[in-house]
Design a protein around this ligand. Structure first.
Ligand code: GLA
Length: 781
């Protein structure tokens, strides 16, 4: 709900309030963003300013106490006395000097979609407040748009700058959002990394000066996700105040957190200003991307829940909303480039038997693509690998009961390709300078409309020609050579590329609503809300090692729901870390996302096949919960013990908990498992999902349980371990919601003193999934 009372603007969601007010001089003073406040006179929230302050610059001669440096502002200018970092830098005839004051406002029902960028969808109860500020002398008009999503407790903000003057202006920076908050002992949590270690959470206290994250790679990047949290001093996963910020944008971004000497913290977020320039002719307007804000006084889990619900209801494209994601098999980690019809058919047959629903042909299917050095940009199928064509393969996969998907990397071109030979000028290139390649490839100039048309045509023909139901859209390098002759100013290249990319994706996908889109960029190099406006899921990382994924998926979980995180089970030892992990843990981690498998099924033992078949059946039985349930990290009433990770999803009736152990300690401490979100007074049954300990994991220890002595490296053991395994931790507990919240004392872990059916065989990297269900009748217990 949006209410305007005198000069105050009250934005109310179900559990939060965001208030600001006009000052006597027309600036917008930020008053409150936090728990829901009933509408009232906000005077107590205003910054008191009876007297001038030391060296500060006074805005108006007749109002000595009015210095903009001391006022929390909705959007600052430059040169008016506020010396914190400005969200706007526009060059006009008056230099960068800009003073934005209130001119008017209106309230509209629903969201107001941007024309040039993706923005969140509206829905019931959604309203938008547009406040117009202007600097008439400079000829600039700025519209601040606030969209209120009451049910999800989210507010989005964006800005539109219009040149109302007679002379051209040039934008060097236009942030989407500025938010000035009183410091509450904040910690900043950012999600950083690189290839195969994306989205690791890092914390540091807010202190004097500026902290910033951003990207200059042309994508939102694996270096710093655009999302960021501010966590109040006493908050944790379960309680306390926390703020979340994110951007609906997939390109170069910048977010800074600045603390001034008066304890005010300014968050500023939007397009990265490095190498950015946007000329604005008289009458023209520029739209900055939409920024997403959420507040929770129920800790970080509360904050994530709000972000998750927002993504599911307003970011995920309508056609994918609530749509269960299929269990996927992807050929990449099984075969890399070494694919052909015969090999893939063999894999597909086995995948179908295991219960897979959709088979994805990854890289290597098109002519000339024997490795990563050639052929990007071309779409002709390699007839030696697929003599009967892709369409025939799709039909064969359909006969096995699966749908079929295809990998593409549309934004790229290899120098050794038909496309490059025909159109060498279609790649981004600094005039007169050799290309800077990454993964032996160059980036197509999406500022060129001809390139965009080519992609729309080729991709459409590929999808329709073979009948694909799924596209994995990859982008495997950072952008360099960001120069295009197709924009009026070189500083426009990176942003125009993005605007056109969004349009290309929409032109390919919107006419084909049955096609599921998986985004990928060397894993999670473009994991952002901009991509999620078109994609059903994003490949979170090329790193499928489950122990690494604990960090990656946990980092993403602060901002993104499991329904958009694509997560696959792969071989062990892992291709990047050499870490050996149990098959059970590989599944238990991937299950908290959109499940897939990508490894060589030819070498699975009968026992592994049984395990995987059961995993997929279990996942399908609880898929809605895994993908759309309420996700929580940690345990109520206690910090997560070192070396453990606990995740849970629930829907009010059923709960699934993953209990993960990174590394074992000898004589381990007794483990407690506390479960959140259960109803007091209701009785529940907690059952560990049955899983196997493969005999090869036990090595020579097998002689402790085997009736006859066997050579752990011998033939007998080899044969037996393909067909036999040990049950792992048969556990069951019952109790009321409050009992389970206070903590189950779990069965013992293996600690060298023998084995019992209930023993949890965790060791290094072991884990258990627990299913918690209501006990309807006491005799069910
Ligand atoms: C990237 C992707 C992988 C795979 C390869 C194919 O690395 O992230 O999943 O598709 O490209 O070349």
């Amino acid at each position: 709900m949006i209410e305007v009372r005198d000069d105050a603007f009250l934005l109310q969601t179900r559990h939060t309030s965001y208030w600001f007010a006009r000052t006597a001089h027309g600036h917008l003073e930020h008053l409150h963003y936090g728990p829901l406040l009933p509408p009232q006179d906000p005077e107590a929230l205003r910054t008191k300013r009876a007297l001038p302050y030391g060296s500060s610059v006074v805005y108006a001669p007749d109002d000595e106490g009015y210095s903009l440096d001391a006022i929390p502002l909705e959007f600052s200018g430059i040169g008016q006395g506020d010396y914190r970092l400005s969200p706007i830098e526009v060059f006009t005839a008056f230099g960068a000097d800009v003073d934005l004051v209130y001119r008017g406002h209106r309230i509209r029902e629903g969201a107001t979609p941007a024309e040039t960028l993706p923005t969140a969808d509206g829905g019931p109860g959604v309203e938008t407040l547009e406040v117009t500020l202007a600097d008439e002398r400079a000829g600039l008009e700025l519209t601040l748009l606030y969209t209120v999503f009451p049910d999800e407790d989210v507010i989005t903000r964006r800005t539109v700058l219009r040149n109302t003057g007679a002379a051209p202006a040039e934008i060097a920076r236009l942030a989407s959002l500025q938010l000035d908050l009183p410091d509450r002992g904040f910690t900043i949590r950012s999600f950083d990394g690189g290839w195969i270690h994306e989205a690791h959470a890092h914390d540091r206290p807010v202190s004097s000066g500026v902290f910033s994250i951003g990207s200059t790679t042309g994508a939102s990047s694996n270096r710093h996700n655009p999302g960021l949290l501010l966590i109040a001093g006493d908050a944790d996963e379960h309680c306390g105040w926390a703020y979340g910020f994110n951007l609906v944008y997939s390109g170069n971004h910048a977010t800074s957190v600045e603390r001034d000497a008066h304890g005010s913290v300014r968050v500023r977020s939007g397009i990265q200003p490095q190498a950015f320039r946007w000329p604005l002719a008289p009458g023209e307007a520029f739209e900055a991307p939409e920024a997403v804000l959420a507040f929770s006084d129920e800790g970080l889990n509360g904050l994530s829940d709000r972000m998750h619900r927002f993504v599911r209801a307003h970011i995920t494209p309508e056609r994918y909303r609530g749509l269960e994601r299929p269990v996927v098999y992807n050929s990449w980690e099984a075969a890399f480039f070494d694919i052909d019809e015969k090999r893939l058919r063999g894999l597909a047959k086995q995948a179908a038997k295991l219960g897979v629903e959709l088979f994805v042909i990854d890289d290597g299917w098109f002519a000339g693509r024997g490795d990563d050095r050639a052929a990007l940009g071309d779409y002709a199928v390699d007839e030696r690998k697929f003599p009967s064509g892709l369409g025939a393969f799709v039909k064969k996969v359909a006969k096995l009961g699966m749908r079929c998907g295809i990998w593409v990397e549309p934004e790229m071109v290899s120098e050794d390709s038909e496309l490059y030979r025909a159109h060498p000028d279609w790649a981004l290139r600094i005039p007169g300078k050799p290309a800077r390649e990454g993964r032996h490839q160059q980036v197509l100039d999406l500022c060129n409309p001809e390139v965009c048309d080519y992609l729309v045509e080729q991709l459409g023909a590929l999808i329709d020609g073979a009948g694909f139901d799924y596209v994995k859209w990859d982008m495997n390098r950072h952008i360099a050579d960001a120069y295009s002759p197709h924009v009026p100013h070189p500083g426009m290249t990176a942003h125009r590329y993005l605007q056109n990319l969004y349009r290309v994706i929409a032109r390919v996908l919107e006419p084909r609503p049955h096609v599921l889109l998986e985004m990928c960029s060397s894993g999670g190099n473009r994991f952002d809300l901009g991509m999620l406006r078109s994609a059903a899921v994003i490949w979170a990382s090329d790193d499928t090692d489950p122990i690494e994924r604990l960090d990656i998926q946990q980092g993403l979980s602060y901002l993104y729901p499991p329904s958009v995180v694509s997560a696959h089970v792969s071989a062990s030892p892992h291709q990047q870390t050499l870490r050996d992990t149990p098959l059970s843990t590989r599944f238990n981690v991937a299950a908290f996302g959109c499940l897939g498998y990508e490894y060589d099924l030819d070498f699975l033992t009968a026992e592994e096949k049984r395990e995987i078949t059961e995993q997929i059946a279990f996942y399908k039985a609880h898929r809605t919960l895994f993908q759309f349930g309420r996700f929580r990290r940690g345990m109520p009433g206690m910090p997560t013990p070192a070396g453990r990770v606990v995740w849970q999803v629930d829907d009010g009736d059923t709960t699934l908990v993953g209990n993960f152990q990174r590394g074992v300690r000898a004589a381990p401490e007794r483990d407690l498992l506390a479960i959140a979100g259960l109803e007091p007074g209701i009785r529940y049954r907690v059952t560990a999902k049955p899983q196997r300990v493969m005999l090869e994991r036990l090595g020579h220890l097998v002689n402790h349980v085997s009736p006859v002595r066997v050579d752990p490296n011998g033939l007998v053991m080899n044969v037996v371990s393909r067909h036999r395994s040990l049950p792992d931790g048969v556990e069951q507990y019952t109790g009321t919601g409050e009992l389970l919240a206070s903590g189950i004392r779990l069965e013992l872990q293996f600690s060298g003193t023998g084995h019992h059916a209930t023993t949890r065989m965790l060791g290094d990297h072991g884990s258990t999934l627990y299913l918690i269900e209501r006990i309807e009748r006491e005799d069910d217990a």
